[in-house]
Design a protein around this ligand. Structure first.
Ligand SMILES: NC(=O)c1ccc[n+]([C@@H]2O[C@H](COP(=O)([O-])OP(=O)(O)OC[C@H]3O[C@@H](n4cnc5c(N)ncnc54)[C@H](O)[C@@H]3O)[C@@H](O)[C@H]2O)c1
Length: 250
């Protein structure tokens, strides 16, 4: 299916975790639709590959750990000297290991929550003032069905994503009197590198819960994110958009 273009002309988008997977495809479609895109990712090799693959002068990037507030703040200060940030896609995330809560490694638990939740907080905390000044913004927080349902053997991930959903609802309401929309999306499993972090049995269990009976395609996910990020989304905010193939129908 040919992908329609959204109108992102003159818009600047930051896509965290944009070097591969969901983020890379979102970056690609934003670029095709006329946006300037800044990928933030912790993986320099994958960033380099993204530049090669996308090969677009409107693409730039920073090697950055979104869980480090100072790094995020410095980067935002640098970017906003020249550009407003119109769109923020908080997509960077890790699942962490598959383990029961009582056996979960303490450092890993903190790391998973730090990246999935604090990373989202750090980016919103530093970028929202620029959006307020500009009276324009579209923020999409990539959560997960795990944040709605709570997945067994993925407590840190479920907590991080549930936190991102709560953050979306609060921030969306705080900004509702401005032309700034903040929404969360809750995908089910898609075949990206993130699946390598979980056991095969865990991935199979996730898939067995999806009435559609298959994995989500990255492009299907991008479509939803694009609409939420576009000027056409004039009313929806503080909301959670499901893209779970019928798994989480609430
Ligand atoms: N693929 C799925 O099945 C699935 C399902 C539900 C939700 N999600 C969520 O979608 C988002 C994207 O996942 P994906 O499937 O594309 O995974 P992925 O592993 O392919 O991509 C994630 C990217 O985030 C980057 N990243 C990790 N930690 C970072 C940090 N601290 N700072 C900056 N960048 C960092 C990685 O380097 C990587 O490029 C994640 O938030 C994930 O939790 C994925």
């Amino acid at each position: 299916m040919d992908r329609i273009e959204f109108d992102f002309k003159d818009r600047t988008a930051v896509v965290t975790g944009g070097a591969q997977g969901f983020g890379l495809d979102i970056a690609k479609r934003f670029l095709q639709s006329g946006a300037k895109v800044i990928i933030w990712d912790i993986d320099p090799k994958m960033i380099e590959k993204a530049h090669k693959d996308l090969d677009n002068p409107n693409l730039s990037s920073n090697i950055i750990d979104v869980s480090n507030y100072k790094e995020v703040e410095d980067c935002v200060n640098e970017i906003t000297k020249k550009n407003n940030i119109d769109i923020l896609i908080n997509n960077a995330g890790i699942t962490g290991p598959t383990a029961t809560l009582w056996e979960y490694d303490l450092e890993m638990w903190k790391k998973v929550v730090d990246i999935n939740l604090m990373g989202t907080f750090n980016c919103c905390r530093t970028i929202v003032p620029n959006m307020i000044k500009n009276n324009y913004g579209r923020i999409v927080n990539v959560a997960s069905v795990a944040g709605k349902d709570g997945n067994a053997n993925a407590s840190a991930y479920s907590v991080g994503k549930a936190g991102a959903i709560g953050l979306t609802k609060s921030l969306g309401k705080e900004l509702a009197d401005k032309n700034i929309a903040v929404n969360a999306v809750t995908p089910a499993g898609a075949k990206t590198r993130i699946l390598d972090q979980m056991t095969k049995e865990h991935v199979q269990r996730m898939l067995s819960k999806v009435p559609r009976g298959r994995f989500l395609e990255v492009e299907e996910f991008t479509s939803l994110v694009c609409w939420l990020s576009s000027e056409e989304n004039t009313f929806s905010t503080a909301a959670v958009f499901d893209i779970s193939g019928g798994r989480s129908t609430y």
